[in-house]
Design a protein around this ligand. Structure first.
Ligand code: SF4
Ligand code: SF4
Length: 396
């Protein structure tokens, strides 16, 4: 038997590929290498071969699968609607199950126990915050920790977990705070809460929520991702609306059978409130903002217009950060596994932003924001679309 997990790649999904090749031009790894095995079609062929028992799971197969950024640009391009993201997650889970290694055990800890346990996350964050103050970000980068992409971590550490804001009789938006975002990107939560209150919501952030599980799922750690999903299903059981402000988390949560139909990205919620008049459109300020489209917003959730509408309503002229649209190379833990490819893609993205001329960039995904900051200098102002809207409201 080729597969050993409970939910391997499904034959029906693999057979949906008609090998047309329309996905190849949008695939970053194929574009960089020109290698068919680094393309969506090539990866599907390899997975099909394992499914048929022609290939076994070995180092070569592991690399064909692991080299994929899971950016899902191929899904958007595919006329046969091949669910590539789901297939690659299931294939990755097979690699983890059939090729256990010390590396995979360390990753299991970092991607699940580490980020999903508040005291570990917070302890590590304090150390990172101290390293920032000692100007050790460069040294951490050399050790493979992308510290130069971080915003300054406040000490004492913030948290929006367990909070509630606004009138008790207003419709409630439940805020998903995430693991790293809660500690490292508190300003995004602050702006989110502020703008949701202005739109007429009460905001609650359940204390029992945990990491979304996207990192674990992308790393093939299905059991851990399912445990996190169960914890979040219980924490958000009473929610009608779950608001997420990190595209990677939102994309994963929208695929959750329990939670998915109630999850919305903050840019969708704010764009709706602007369009129906609950939030105002602020006067033009003569400044342009480059919009970066995170893969997990554009391809994972099909959202392209909402961040533009939010930034435009904040008074900015909206421009595209990168018309080519290739993944920035952050992709969860990819920058640790394939640092050269991640760097090449990060530099391409930064070059596209520089070529556009504007020094203000909006990104709705914290991973992309960190990658942009690593490759752009300090003169660039990089923030979430909802932060630009909140800032504009504060200054009105
Ligand atoms: S998910 Fe991205 S990197 Fe992976 S095959 Fe599809 S387009 Fe290529
Ligand atoms: S676009 Fe879809 S059907 Fe065509 S080769 Fe790529 S995955 Fe297969």
């Amino acid at each position: 038997m080729s597969w050993v997990t409970e939910h391997p790649p499904a034959r029906v999904d693999l057979d949906a590929c008609v090998t047309c090749g329309l996905c190849l031009p949008v695939c970053p790894t194929f574009r960089l290498t020109g290698d068919e095995t680094a393309s969506p079609r090539g990866r599907l062929a390899a997975i099909s071969a394992v499914d048929a028992g022609v290939l076994g799971i070995d180092e070569r197969f592991s690399d064909v699968i692991g080299f994929c950024l899971q950016c899902r640009a191929c899904e958007t391009a595919c006329p046969s609607l091949v669910p590539f993201g789901d297939i690659i997650e299931r294939a990755t889970a097979e690699v983890v199950a059939q090729m256990p290694s010390t590396v995979s055990r360390v990753r299991r800890f970092a991607a699940t126990t580490g980020v999903g346990t508040p005291w570990i996350m917070r302890g590590g964050s304090i150390l990172l915050g101290i390293a920032q103050r000692l100007r050790l970000a460069g040294a951490l980068e050399r050790l493979g920790i992308p510290a130069s992409g971080l915003r300054r971590i406040p000490i004492p550490l913030p948290t929006a977990r367990g909070g509630s804001w606004g009138a008790s009789d207003a419709p409630t938006a439940m805020l998903f705070v995430g693991c790293v975002a809660d500690v490292w990107f508190a300003e995004i939560h602050q702006a989110t809460i502020e703008v949701l209150l202005a739109a007429g919501y009460r905001v609650e952030s359940p204390k029992a929520q945990t990491c979304c599980g996207a990192l674990a799922a992308h790393d093939g750690l299905t059991d851990n991702a399912e445990r996190m999903s169960a914890a979040n299903s219980s924490a958000f059981a009473s929610a009608d609306l779950i608001v997420v402000n990190v595209a990677g988390c939102g994309s994963h949560l929208k695929a959750d059978p329990e939670l998915g139909s109630r999850v919305r990205d903050i840019t969708e919620v704010v764009a709706d409130a602007i369009s129906d008049g609950r939030l105002e459109t602020l006067p033009a300020n003569g400044t342009s903002v480059a919009i970066q489209d995170p893969c997990h917003l554009e391809h994972g959730q099909g959202i392209v217009d909402a961040p533009r509408a939010v930034v435009a309503a904040a008074g900015y002229e909206v421009v595209d950060a990168d018309r080519d649209g290739l993944c920035c190379g952050a992709a969860g833990t990819y920058l640790i596994d394939y640092p050269e490819t991640s760097t090449e893609l990060g530099e391409r993205k930064a070059a596209a932003v520089r070529a556009g001329g504007t020094k203000i960039v909006a990104s709705a995904n914290v991973g992309c924001e960190m990658q942009l900051r690593r490759f752009l200098d300090d003169s660039y102002d990089i923030a979430h679309p909802v932060e630009f809207y909140a800032r504009a409201r504060r200054g009105k």
